[in-house]
Design a protein around this ligand. Structure first.
Ligand SMILES: [Fe+2]
Ligand SMILES: [Fe+2]
Length: 294
């Protein structure tokens, strides 16, 4: 079994400073095999904000896999935006815009969806889709295959549909060919976990699509700051959302969902009694609860 801590939308420059130290401590307690950060590390892509984000990442456990978000592209410096949109991100955070992590149980590929020519929309291009397809096709299906982007491939029904990543449909068809299991993203600042079958009609295939809320920023859009803990096994994934409780100065369990894979399709199950659900209450939670979609 593997544990991924999924953080997103840090937005250094617009953070709640009280969250930082407890968050770092709780992530360490959870002993992740990998920390994923799905973009928007800064509020305005300024050097000072990237340096703050860098210090935060340095205080978290390794290994880490990080992708940029639309807020990591300069908004007001037009020359920088068009000519070197991710120069500061690459200098301070991660030079590789297509990072890959692999161990004996899972392979995780990051894709940059931030673009210069739109303010907040994002997209994947044909080259990124093909490279990712080849990378995931090259590993056996006993491995759990995971893709990280900033802009999401799916969201529950609601007002956030404009947030979906561009070229999502052809990307999903390619992901079906290589057996991608789990898609992690952020951007909407809301948490959710859904099967892709509701949006993408690909016979015999669906992925599990998981959104993390904003871990640290004050731009919560009505949802408390949160992050996700994923317990991952072959054919079984549990998604736990830990929400910030200011009165207690800590994150606690706000929602859990469990999914199983049959064939190449992922389904939600009510069975939270064993497997990947175990262990989380001991390290970071005190108030178990469960909701349909988080
Ligand atoms: Fe964001
Ligand atoms: Fe974003």
């Amino acid at each position: 079994m593997r544990t991924i801590i999924h953080l997103s939308d840090l937005h250094f420059g617009r953070i709640d400073a009280a969250i930082i130290a407890p968050l770092i401590a709780q992530v360490h307690e959870l002993k992740p095999d990998l920390v994923v950060v799905s973009g928007d590390l800064t509020q305005r892509a300024r050097s000072a904000q990237f340096k703050q984000a860098r210090r935060f990442l340095d205080a978290l456990p390794q290994p880490q896999l990080v992708v940029p978000g639309n807020h990591d592209v300069p908004l007001f410096n037009i020359a920088a935006r068009l000519l070197q949109p991710l120069r500061k991100y690459r200098r301070h955070i991660e030079a590789d815009l297509h990072p890959v992590f692999m161990d004996e149980e899972m392979v995780v590929v990051g894709i940059n969806t931030a673009r210069s020519l739109t303010i907040k929309d994002g997209r994947v291009n044909d080259r990124q889709i093909e490279i990712t397809r080849r990378q995931l096709a090259a590993v056996g299906d006993h491995m759990v295959k995971i893709i990280v982007t900033h802009h999401p491939f799916d969201l529950p029904p609601g007002p956030q549909h404009h947030s979906l990543v561009g070229k999502a449909a052809p990307a999903m068809r390619a992901f079906a060919l290589c057996g991608a299991d789990l898609l992690l993203a952020g951007h909407a600042h809301t948490s959710s976990a859904v099967s892709s079958a509701g949006r993408y009609n690909i016979p015999g295939y669906s992925a599990l699509v998981v959104q993390a809320g904003t871990a640290t920023s004050t731009r919560g859009r009505g949802e408390a700051n949160s992050f996700n803990v994923l317990r991952i096994e072959a054919h079984r994934i549990a998604v736990h959302r830990l929400g910030w409780e200011p009165g207690e100065n800590s994150f606690s369990l706000a929602a859990s969902q469990s999914f199983v894979q049959r064939g190449s399709e992922w389904f939600e199950t009510d069975d939270l009694s064993d497997g990947p659900s175990d262990g989380i209450s001991a390290s970071a939670t005190h108030r178990p609860a469960r909701t349909a979609t988080g």
